[in-house]
Design a protein around this ligand. Structure first.
Ligand code: SF4
Ligand code: SF4
Ligand code: FES
Length: 359
């Protein structure tokens, strides 16, 4: 195994998508009241009526405490109800679970393997351990393998906290192997194992892909969580411009035939950027400022407004620094957008900035 995402997707608990579609109610940090809403993951779930059903409450034991959880909710939801901090990387409340990263695994009594909390539904009488030696060891391993092979420096404070909680030591695999040349990883033969040298830590470091002025792809930061492909595919955009190519450690996110974004099916909605947890996908405006050393979130304000390009009514979060819009997102809990936008809402803001000094 070389990295948690790449290695563990099918090895720990059988087929990766066995629980896909399992979530019917409840969000992380916001346990369901038992009344299902339309604001749930995936297009298929958004076809649910506004009030679908009243869920039966069932008792589950988590770390020795009994919690009542709505039938159909997940172990992750039940943990959140108890205030148990569960690490997640590939999970998003706006996407169907893909069980890719396995950092959320828990022990369930009677189950041979660890199970992903983000997608496994609670069952009556279930006995769950979230902090056993086995769980801690597995979570630590996933975080270490990712930390040793991927640049996680923009993955956010939660990951930094989990690294401490699980005593992650990504350096113990040795110094990083040299970065790959541009395109080298994309050209590797699927299924062909490149033997490591045993002295350095294999990694995914490579040059940033810059195809245009809208967004960049820095796959040195990619943990292969599948969120971008879900957002580009059936969970939001239905464009399917990107997918996972290759096998094992050499798996990458790719356009068809590795074409530049400008020659691909990409419609530049930026919905992949909105869900990327590591900064691998980033607006060019943000990337340029980070390169210049001028990106400073402490100086930024966020203003929520409504996009004026059409009548759909998407909410926009405008991130503003030094009186300039530097990035646009959409709130994930907005029941029109679910965090998604089109190219106009996401990138069409330069007209609000003066084109010439003094304008
Ligand atoms: S910008 Fe939109 S269409 Fe292009 S790859 Fe990302 S999600 Fe897909
Ligand atoms: S580019 Fe980002 S969203 Fe896509 S798989 Fe990599 S880390 Fe996940
Ligand atoms: S498998 Fe649960 S968060 Fe990734």
């Amino acid at each position: 195994m070389t990295a948690g995402t790449r290695a563990s997707k099918e090895s720990v608990d059988g087929p990766a998508n066995q629980d896909e579609g399992a979530l019917q109610s409840g969000h992380r940090g916001r346990p369901s009241s038992g009344v299902e809403s339309t604001a749930v993951r995936g297009a298929s779930r958004r076809r649910l009526p506004i009030i679908a059903s009243i869920s039966r409450l069932i008792d589950v034991e988590i770390d020795g405490k009994t919690v009542r959880a709505p039938e159909g909710s997940t172990i992750l939801d039940a943990c959140a109800g108890l205030g148990v901090d569960t690490p997640t990387l590939c999970y998003s409340e706006s996407l169907a679970p893909v069980n890719a990263c396995r950092v959320c695994v828990v022990e369930v009594e009677g189950s041979r393997v660890l199970v992903p909390a983000c997608s496994r539904r609670v069952e009556k009488g279930m006995v769950v351990s979230t902090d056993s030696d086995r769980v801690r060891h597995s979570r630590r391993m996933v975080l270490e393998l990712l930390g040793s092979s991927v640049d996680m420096s923009l993955a956010g404070p939660d990951v930094a906290r989990w690294n401490e909680v699980y005593e992650v030591d990504a350096q113990r695999y040795g110094p990083p192997a040299p970065a790959s040349a541009a395109g080298e990883r994309d050209r590797r033969r699927p299924g062909h194992h490149e033997a490591p040298d045993g002295l350095t830590a294999a990694n995914v470091a490579q040059p940033v892909k810059i195809d245009d002025e809208l967004y960049i792809r820095d796959y040195s930061r990619c943990i292969l969580c599948y969120k971008c492909t879900q957002a580009c595919g059936e969970d939001a955009q239905n464009t399917f411009a990107i997918s996972v190519a290759g096998r094992g450690f050499d798996a990458t996110i790719a356009t068809e035939y590795d074409a530049p974004l400008t020659d691909s099916a990409c419609v530049y909605c930026g919905n992949c950027i909105g869900v990327c947890p590591t900064g691998a996908l980033m607006p060019k405006s943000e990337y340029d400022m980070r390169q210049d050393g001028t990106w400073d979130e402490s100086k930024q304000t966020t203003t929520r407004t409504v996009c004026t390009f059409c009548g759909v009514g998407c909410n926009l979060d405008l991130h503003v620094q030094d009186n300039k819009i530097v990035r646009v997102d959409s709130p994930k809990d907005h029941d029109v957008t679910h965090g998604n936008l089109c190219i106009k809402g996401r990138f069409g803001y330069s007209h609000v900035h003066p084109a010439f000094p003094g304008d």
